[in-house]
Design a protein around this ligand. Structure first.
Ligand code: ZN
Length: 77
């Protein structure tokens, strides 16, 4: 099974992502499907209050994908 890994973009990135409004963080999170507010799906949301939704393609390549398993982290196999 030859699986070519493309580290760059789109593993499983939705069109809309969530990012902190803080200018000091540049991490993209997966939106929490259970929340009406734009919150990340991972626990990092507890450390910041202000999040906003954004189109993923505007940030991919500039921002890092969140590595938490709830967002874009990979499960270890
Ligand atoms: Zn996250």
């Amino acid at each position: 099974m030859a699986v070519s890994q493309t580290p760059e973009v789109e593993a499983d990135v939705p069109e809309t992502i969530v990012r902190s409004r803080s200018r000091y963080t540049n991490v993209l999170h997966r939106p929490d499907p259970d929340s009406d507010e734009p919150y990340p799906a991972c626990p990092v949301r507890d450390s910041e209050k202000e999040y906003t939704e954004a189109p993923a393609k505007a940030y991919l390549g500039h921002y890092d994908l969140c590595e938490n398993p709830e967002c874009f982290g990979r499960e270890w196999r």
